[in-house]
Design a protein around this ligand. Sequence first.
Ligand code: AP5
Ligand code: MG
Length: 213
Amino acid sequence: MNIILLGPPGAGKGTQAKRLTEKYHIPQVSTGDMLREALKEGTPLGLEAKKYMEQGGLVPDDVVIGLVKERIQKPDAGNGYMLDGFPRTAGQAQALDKILGDLGQKIDHVVSIEVPNSELLGRLTGRRTCRACGSGFHLMFDPPKKEGICDKCGGELYQRSDDVESTVKSRLETYEAQTKPLIAYYQNQGKLRRINGVGSMNDILSKIQTVLG
Ligand code: AP5
Ligand code: MG
């Protein structure tokens, strides 16, 4: 099964993708995580991406399209994958359709996780992520048992540099202008499944599982 998780920054794409991966045994393909990894390693790709990410803008289409094209052909994606944070522009969506057509694949479902802006700012500024295993937490909504320490692996929790209020605002504007139009794009393809993303993380997981069948 090939799935796209669509939604604004802070909607819960990564949170739900990690839970769905365990249930469906297909990998999470997060372009944000891949770019942060490249940045950590100091590769030319990471350094190029940094300037866009720090400002809350988008990394150029050809860069992320190349990353995804390579990633979905790895052996662990043989039974499908869950795209988290890709596509984010009309150009990326069209390129994805072309790549999948060439590979004889298709997207089965696009899950749009919908959360009002008023809720997103608090979710993002309170988010903490494990430096070692990538698990996500929230200071209020999903706090770790021990402050600053990952429950799952004992790693150090950190705040993403783009989760400060000023950058969050730019990211939300970028989403409205460039990514939101993809809701209509996938509605026209008959693939869109809308989910109210406000509620407990477990309730949202069940709603997503219901639409995935
Ligand atoms: P990326 O890493 O994809 O960031 P994003 O899209 O802004 O999404 P987030 O990761 O912030 O939100 P999420 O929906 O995953 O929320 P989460 O589950 O963590 O991209 C970062 C940057 O990389 C971009 O700005 C861009 O520059 C670049 N980039 C990436 N992909 C690109 C692409 N395709 N093209 C071009 N550039 C690209 O949840 C957030 C918080 O809320 C957590 O603390 C969580 O615990 C909490 N939470 C989750 N669910 C709930 C709930 N139900 N109730 C209460 N709290 C909740
Ligand atoms: Mg994420």
